[in-house]
Write a protein that binds this ligand. Structure first.
Ligand SMILES: C[S@@+](CC[C@H](N)C(=O)[O-])C[C@H]1O[C@@H](n2cnc3c(N)ncnc32)[C@H](O)[C@@H]1O
Length: 268
């Protein structure tokens, strides 16, 4: 069911996280804003048409080749350009460096987890994804559906403590039908939010990718009820054309003890 790795054999084939840096060291990518856009058209690469390549895969390839974040991720040793979204969210909201127990939902291919290890190598990190992920030193990874009944307990048990940061970058595989895609991804966000509300330590934070239209009213009400601050942000690394945003809920409120039931209080 779950194929976790205990992080003892780190260093995946895509470079893994070997920095182990922390403290005052500069985090690769923390200056991600600056290079973006500087290259202008000078470095724009044209994609040669190839037999058998569809127009849409040509567009994808062209976008990848000309995306400064993709180039930067390669240079900095991150497995995904997504790492810079977390860099930027962390710069703005101070999420990762404060946390000690972190859960990364939708961890593959591992850019966020690599970044976490670089910023905060002492934090315990547990991640989950439907897809296999090359090992990352110090990170426990489960290849498993987060929506499976056993997933929440599996994650908490592996973390060995209440998380103080729950991250969700999960996105459902798109089927091309806008409304269906939206609903599927928002279903994941909702499940992640309920998980965070249930398990986060007091003061903890929850970050999740949401789609345009933001967080629906019910979800927003849930987050506002349980967190001191709820904000939305679109980090510069998030593609302008994409409908993704992030919801950042900080300061998990203290849990209120359930009122004693009548049978508890009726004793004379
Ligand atoms: C945008 S990627 C995450 C990128 C990641 N944050 C990084 O930095 O490399 C979204 C991930 O969510 C995962 N995902 C989607 N639905 C899931 C589910 N039900 N359970 C676990 N992971 C899921 C996908 O497999 C995909 O790898």
């Amino acid at each position: 069911m779950s194929s976790g790795n205990d992080g003892k054999n780190g260093g995946g084939k895509s470079g893994g996280d070997t920095s182990g840096s922390g403290g005052g060291k500069k985090v690769p990518g923390s200056s991600a804003r600056k290079p973006v856009g500087r290259y202008g058209d000078a470095l724009h690469q044209r994609v040669k048409t190839a037999k058998g390549r569809t127009a849409s895969s040509n567009r994808w390839l062209s976008r990848q080749l000309n995306d400064p974040y993709v180039r930067k991720a390669k240079a900095d040793g991150y497995r995904s350009r997504a790492a810079y979204k977390l860099v930027e969210l962390d710069e703005k909201f101070s999420l990762v460096r404060r946390a000690r127990h972190i859960i990364d939902l939708g961890i593959a291919p591992g850019g966020w987890a690599q970044l976490i290890r670089r910023i905060n190598p002492k934090a315990a990190v547990v991640g989950i994804d439907l897809l296999p992920v090359d090992p990352i030193e110090g990170v426990t990874i489960f290849e498993m559906d987060f929506m499976a009944d056993a997933a929440p307990d599996t994650l908490i048990e592996a973390l060995g403590a209440q998380p103080d940061l729950v991250l969700s970058d999960m996105a459902a595989n798109t089927v091309g039908h806008k409304q269906t895609d939206h609903l599927r991804t928002m279903g994941l966000v909702e499940a992640a939010a309920h998980f965070a509300v249930e398990h986060l330590a007091e003061g903890g934070a929850f970050v999740a990718k949401v789609l345009a239209g933001g967080t629906d009213n019910e979800l927003l009400a849930l987050l506002k009820q349980h967190f001191k601050s709820v904000k939305h942000a679109k980090p510069p690394a998030s593609r302008k054309g994409s409908s993704e945003w992030y919801v950042i809920a900080q300061g998990r409120k203290p849990r209120v003890a359930a009122p004693a039931s009548a049978s508890d209080t009726d004793d004379v």
